[in-house]
Design a binder for this molecule. Structure first.
Ligand code: ZN
Length: 105
């Protein structure tokens, strides 16, 4: 059985086609897993500053585990162009409490 290179869990075929192969834990697709393989070949330092244009999903979780200086952004469809919104999230990452503040300008 294939293993996910992002989280180490199993990849199973949920439905026909290339997108049907998903990880049972992180739900990555073959595209996510391919991105992870490319990142592994680049061999960036864990201290590299990395930005992800999403705050959820398999790649976000993978980057969050791998890089100490991960920044990220999120799109809010209720914020008009030029508007701003502040959302406050407190989450448990790596057994540390991190305060994450989103600012949309
Ligand atoms: Zn996975």
């Amino acid at each position: 059985m294939k293993k996910c290179n992002l989280c180490g869990s199993y990849v199973v075929q949920l439905y026909p086609g290339a997108f049907g192969y998903r990880c049972v834990r992180c739900r990555s697709t073959f595209i996510h897993r391919a991105m992870g393989k490319v990142l592994d070949t680049i061999d960036l330092s864990p201290d590299s500053e990395v930005h992800e244009f999403s705050a959820h999903g398999a790649i976000f979780r993978y980057l969050n585990k791998r890089f100490r200086k991960l920044s990220f952004s999120e799109y809010f469809d209720d914020v008009p162009g030029g508007g701003r919104k502040m959302v406050l999230f407190v989450r448990m990452f790596r057994q540390l409490h991190l305060l994450i503040i989103f600012l949309i300008w």
